[in-house]
Design a protein around this ligand. Structure first.
Ligand code: ARG
Length: 522
């Protein structure tokens, strides 16, 4: 906590048991043994701690040179060694809105993908589209009663949503027709799907998100029977009220529904078929599901059923659960039709960013492009800043505040590094001298980046990277204010330019892991 005490501290309490010695004595022994360690300038014992001061010159040069040499590769590791990992994320529903709530799964999942990729895993991104279920029956009923093909082609998803809200009980009947392969019903189903996907694709393009597979729920239609058979064979299936269930009472959970009364399949059954299929196809080491916490129980249930079926890999399925997003100006709900579409939020945020630019720097070139980068980045950053399990309230003013712990603040710092580098020219050779406090804290942050990425990956927590980027930007600005760069003595100038280049690279690398761009100029 206190840099004056050293750069690293090693507590010896745990060793006391093993070594049957008082912790301070152990610390003393370790400190003495480390007196000649080349990496350290000083190693001392203070009570139960071994405090280590690294030799700054070595360390500083190592870190800065490492960043400048590796550039975009800096922070990457090969911890994963090509082992397959699946990240399932986004997974919107056909004919339902892609709303502000979906953005969290999309950007958290995308960032987790990038983090695992940077750790050397072989990652497959899956979009488990909600393209099956009684909602299609409902939609067909709605279409038959109030739908108009031309109006739908024109009004798109919004129009589909409008008629969807008017569904009827007959819906179940039509869904059964889809399941039975009825020609008219399946054709309508495909058309609804196509319309939704086209719109959803536009959003993915804006967020620069891609998928390796769009195998949604309907993909598993012909893969569920073997699951049902296996459950029967293993004596796990019970009939209750005409439906087939797996009793989970011994595990303190309500039963998992496998088949409805009319024999049609359920959400959980498809998820089990999907998990089995993915294990077979990708032989994953871990399979992550980036889905909101409302579905905690669903995942616990079907993970448990797979375990009861004897799938030893069920332990490798991870529900990466996250909190809700609401808008500052009131709650949102699909039922009342008062939804906030992500597309509208992106548009508005870009527009507002454009206005801020106009106000702060009207002479800037490429204002539209920069407003796009800032506005889009602000929406992504807003969804990734907090610990993922926390509910968040989205506020345009907050995400676009240039002085807060925000996306524009970090972007602005990146652009500032750029302009320093442009003015200062290429950094010549330098020898590391006595560092100022601001310089040193920058270097130690830079040196931490790989560790931050690794921890973010292990905890499925992109917010570690987001916060790291803010800390690095803050440290750079503190440095910038009190350490003259251009106009300093040659050696100092060169070092500070090199440091600036390294900060710029690491800010970019961190933001790349979040899916956010940094403008050249701002
Ligand atoms: N389509 C679902 C929804 O929007 C999310 C799918 C989650 N993934 C899964 N494998 N069940 O609520």
């Amino acid at each position: 906590q206190d840099a004056k005490m050293g750069d690293y501290a090693f507590p010896c309490f745990k060793l006391a048991k093993v070594m049957r010695k008082a912790p301070p004595l152990i610390a003393k022994g370790i400190a003495e043994g480390m007196q000649d360690a080349p990496l350290f300038e000083k190693v001392e014992q203070v009570n139960a701690y071994v405090n280590m001061f690294i030799s700054k010159e070595e360390f500083v040069k190592d870190v800065v040179e490492d960043v400048l040499q590796k550039e975009g590769e800096y922070g990457k590791t090969n911890i994963g060694d090509g082992i397959p990992v699946i990240v399932e994320f986004s997974s919107p529903n056909i004919a339902k809105p892609f709303h502000i709530g979906h953005i969290r799964s999309t950007v958290i999942g995308n960032s987790i993908y990038k983090i695992y990729d940077a750790m050397g895993y072989k990652v497959t991104r899956i979009n488990h589209l909600g393209d099956y279920g009684t909602q299609f029956g409902k939609l067909i009923v709605a279409y038959k009663r109030w739908g108009d093909r031309e109006r739908i082609e024109e009004g798109k998803l919004k129009e589909l949503m409008r008629i969807y809200v008017k569904y009827h009980d007959e819906a179940r009947h039509y869904f059964k027709l889809i399941e039975d392969g009825d020609e008219e019903a399946t054709a309508l189903f495909s058309w609804f799907k196509e319309i939704t996907l086209k719109e959803v694709q536009k959003i993915y393009d804006r967020l620069n998100v891609t998928f390796d597979s769009y195998a949604g729920e309907s993909f598993y239609n012909d893969k569920m029977q073997p699951i049902v058979d296996e459950l029967k064979e293993k004596g796990l299936l019970k009939i209750s009220d005409g439906a087939a269930i797996v009793d989970l009472e011994p595990y303190g959970m309500p039963p998992c529904l496998i088949l409805k009364k009319d024999g049609s399949s359920l959400y959980a059954t498809r998820d089990m078929a999907a998990a089995v299929y993915r294990k077979k196809t990708y032989d994953f080491y871990k399979s992550l599901y980036v889905v909101a916490y409302q579905q905690d129980l669903h995942f616990k249930q079907f993970f448990k059923v797979l375990e009861l079926m004897g799938k030893e890999w069920a332990k490798d399925l991870v529900h990466v659960s996250y909190g809700m997003v609401s808008m500052e100006d009131g709650a949102m709900s699909t039922r009342t039709g008062k939804v906030v579409l992500l597309e509208d939020v992106l548009d508005k945020c870009v527009e507002k960013a454009r206005a801020v630019i106009e106000e702060k720097n009207a002479a800037l070139e490429n204002k539209d492009e920069i407003a796009r980068q800032v506005g889009t980045g602000a929406v992504i950053f807003g969804a990734l800043y907090n610990n993922k399990i926390k509910d968040i309230v989205f506020s345009f003013d907050k995400v676009l505040n240039f002085d807060g712990e925000t996306c524009p603040y970090v972007q602005y710092t990146g652009a500032r590094c750029n302009s320093v580098l442009k003015k200062g020219g290429a950094a010549g050779a330098y020898a590391v001298k006595e560092l100022t406090e601001e310089e040193y804290s920058l270097v130690s942050l830079l040196g931490n980046f790989g560790e931050v990425v690794k921890e973010a990956g292990e905890k499925y927590e992109p917010s570690y990277v987001t916060r790291y980027a803010v800390d690095l930007a803050k440290a750079y600005n503190r440095f910038y204010i009190s350490n003259k760069i251009i106009g300093s003595e040659e050696n100092v100038k060169n070092f500070r330019l090199a440091l600036t280049g390294a900060v710029k690279t690491v800010l970019e690398n961190a933001f790349r892991l979040l899916g956010i761009e940094i403008p050249e100029k701002m």
